[in-house]
Design a protein around this ligand. Sequence first.
Ligand SMILES: [Zn+2]
Length: 152
Amino acid sequence: MPLGRLTAAATEAMNHAIAPYSQFHVGAAIATASGKIYSGHNIEASSYSLTICAERVALFKALSEGERDFSAIAITASSGDYCPPCGACRQVLMDFAPNLLVVLSNARGRQKTFSLSSLLPESFSEKSLQKHAGGTKPRRNRSSKVTRSKKA
Ligand SMILES: [Zn+2]
């Protein structure tokens, strides 16, 4: 996957961002192993915490189309500076694409690339849950025991 093409797709998506509150427009484009590109932009809601980032929009679009194998994600922002993925996006990307290459571009056409694992070391994952399922059970303390009162 040519990274220039992926970055161009991210920039194109950025131009459609819905960010009336922050005016901070972000675009992302994720490439599948087979070379398909899915792009997304940030979408803000009036209840700010319901906003979703460009990276997760791109990833979720691809997942909803049945894609499961990803090679790289490009991210661009209207600030013109490098825009690293937020912690929430790093976690979700790690769940679905742990070997992803993350490509950040600035307005001068420069790029920085990172492995996703370097951006989220020692991450929580499906493996963390498996250790629980196959390992020791959590201790129950008495205070968590549910008591029911008899109905009169
Ligand atoms: Zn994010």
